[in-house]
Design a protein around this ligand. Sequence first.
Ligand SMILES: Nc1ncnc2c1ncn2[C@@H]1O[C@H](COP(=O)(O)OP(=O)(O)O)[C@@H](O)[C@H]1O
Ligand SMILES: [Mg+2]
Length: 231
Amino acid sequence: MPVIVFVSPKGGVGKSTSAVLLSQELANHADVGLLDGDPNRPLTQWGKGEHKPERLTIYSDVDEENILDVIDEAAQKNTFTVVDLEGTAAKIVLLAVSQADLVIIPTQGSQLDAEQATRGLRVVKQQEKMSRRTVPYRILLTRTSAAIRTRTMTHIIASYAAAGVRVLSTEIVEREAFKAMFSFAEPLSHLDRSQVSNVDKAIANAEAFAAEVISILRETAQESSNQQEVA
Ligand SMILES: Nc1ncnc2c1ncn2[C@@H]1O[C@H](COP(=O)(O)OP(=O)(O)O)[C@@H](O)[C@H]1O
Ligand SMILES: [Mg+2]
């Protein structure tokens, strides 16, 4: 069952946030395994909250030594497996990417961030060479403004398109609700709307993200089965 791996060499770009958003959405409809590959265990902390979705299992004991086995176990038990990594240690990233049906590379909308995202892409390309298979990936723009499209962002999106780099059409907008999830150890659905603004918009954003990921997984599964038929 599909394995989705979040990769980015840079910290603070919204990997863990996006991984939690995707996992909690998918867990409304399916069993989801979420691997917390960050030694600081931010997702494990989040999952200690009272309202962790029932169909979401967090795997906390993940390191370079065991990651292939844990992905295997999670993928057998769950419909979706989501892997969040800290992003600096090269080996664990390569190992996780080797198992990925989709790699998501979150990046913020600055030129420097875009350059970091290119490093994430390089990992995907390396893996493709090593394994002689196509590794589907998408860039995910994070922490974008709900109100305005900056010139830098327009330029970055155009540069990705010119370079043939694939970018998700859903962006993760900068929202207080996405921070509040971690502060209160709650899924979006249980945030206190009297204290946190725009929870509904945050939920709609997470739903759109999950829907796009599912449609890409369907598309790539179809492509790979077509390729196998040709072979
Ligand atoms: N879309 C967002 N809206 C608001 N805050 C965000 C968003 N994405 C990330 N953050 C905040 O930015 C910081 C880094 O995000 P995090 O998901 O932990 O990044 P990473 O896992 O890439 O290091 C955290 O404080 C998080 O709450
Ligand atoms: Mg993180």
